[in-house]
Design a protein around this ligand. Structure first.
Ligand code: ADP
Length: 307
């Protein structure tokens, strides 16, 4: 048919909860593409809302550090998205112990992720599910934010939003406490935890359940107080009892992240302020000294993970 005259669908390369992903080619250009075919599942009468959201947002966002949606088509009842082919993700690189990360590599990835996220936030779009597995790497080494199935438009303070977004380990404290109104700061928190994971090569707050996630977050960042975060203890899911941990000192952070520079730790701390009102925005983060000090961000051609 007309669609398959435009693209070839070759072998299956992956499968997620809602989609099967195939590698193929755009016939006209010979460009490698990914075809993400949405599964039917529970949504027999309609289309999965997360697929609609993802398409809507990706059509709007065009940025070097966000995955490109090339086309959308239906084949029978199935909806398919044609995406640029991005064979590697940051989770895979973090877990590949044969690959050494230099300070400049981490900086280059953080810079690209912050730029992509800044663009989303400028368009008032919250990603709401940032994690290493959703930061994909192009064959030339470019980092691209993917998986906008949970994204949404910045709400009015009047609109209630669900707090059960973001994979637990990267979930901001305001979400852990059930805040129904939240801001782009939830994504900045996730980016801060990804920054820690790039430095440590291990997840920084790997909670085993929602209760443990709160405890691990406090252990890592200190237990916030009502003075530091007015309204904190009245949030819907704030626990009746919490363990009290001190905020880590600069000395303590230097020990935990021994390779990091002071400017690196300063940005990390600004991205992981417990009170979302105090957390740095992407726009501010992009002006951090960390990004201009030496070592410079590694050039694309020298980054690990290119294919
Ligand atoms: P999940 O978010 O559960 O990983 P996805 O449906 O987004 O699910 O993708 C499933 C798998 O398909 C991914 O883990 C990855 O291996 C592969 N994949 C997804 N998108 C692309 C892409 N643009 N290029 C190459 N492979 C992809």
């Amino acid at each position: 048919d007309a669609v398959m005259a435009k693209y070839t669908k070759d072998k299956k390369v992956g499968e997620g909860t809602f989609a099967v992903v195939y590698v193929g080619k755009q016939v006209k250009t010979d460009r490698k593409i990914a075809i993400k075919q949405i599964k039917e599942g529970e949504f027999k009468d309609g289309v999965d809302m997360s697929a609609i959201r993802e398409i809507k947002f990706l059509q709007e966002i065009r940025h070097a550090n966000v995955i490109e949606l090339i086309d959308v088509f239906t084949a029978g009842p199935r909806l398919s998205m044609v995406l640029e082919f991005l064979p590697t993700d940051l989770e895979g690189l973090i877990k590949d112990t044969k690959i050494l990360f230099r300070l400049g590599d981490v900086k280059a990835w953080m810079l690209m992720a912050t730029r992509g996220l800044h663009h989303c936030h400028r368009l008032q779009i919250l990603h709401r599910d940032l994690k290493p597995n959703n930061l994909l790497i192009s064959p030339t080494g470019e980092l691209k934010i993917a998986d906008f199935g949970l994204a949404r438009q910045m709400p009015n303070p009047k609109d209630k939003m669900t707090p059960t977004v973001v994979t637990r380990w990267y979930r901001a404290p305001e979400l852990l406490f059930g805040a129904r109104y939240y801001t782009p700061a939830v994504d900045v928190w996730s980016l801060g935890l990804i920054f820690a994971e790039l430095m440590l090569r291990l997840p920084y707050c790997p909670g085993e359940d929602d209760i443990d996630q709160i405890d691990k977050t406090f252990r890592a960042f200190g237990t916030p107080t009502e003075e530091e975060w007015p309204g904190l203890t009245s949030l819907p899911a704030y626990p009746k009892t919490v363990n009290k941990y001190p905020h880590p000192s600069v000395q303590e952070l230097k020990m935990r992240f021994s390779a990091a520079t002071e400017n690196g730790l300063e940005l990390f701390q600004a991205m992981t302020e417990l009170n979302p009102a105090d957390r740095v925005s992407c726009e501010e983060a992009l002006t951090a000294d960390y990004f201009t000090e030496f070592p410079r961000p590694t050039k694309l051609a020298e980054l690990p993970g290119r294919t």
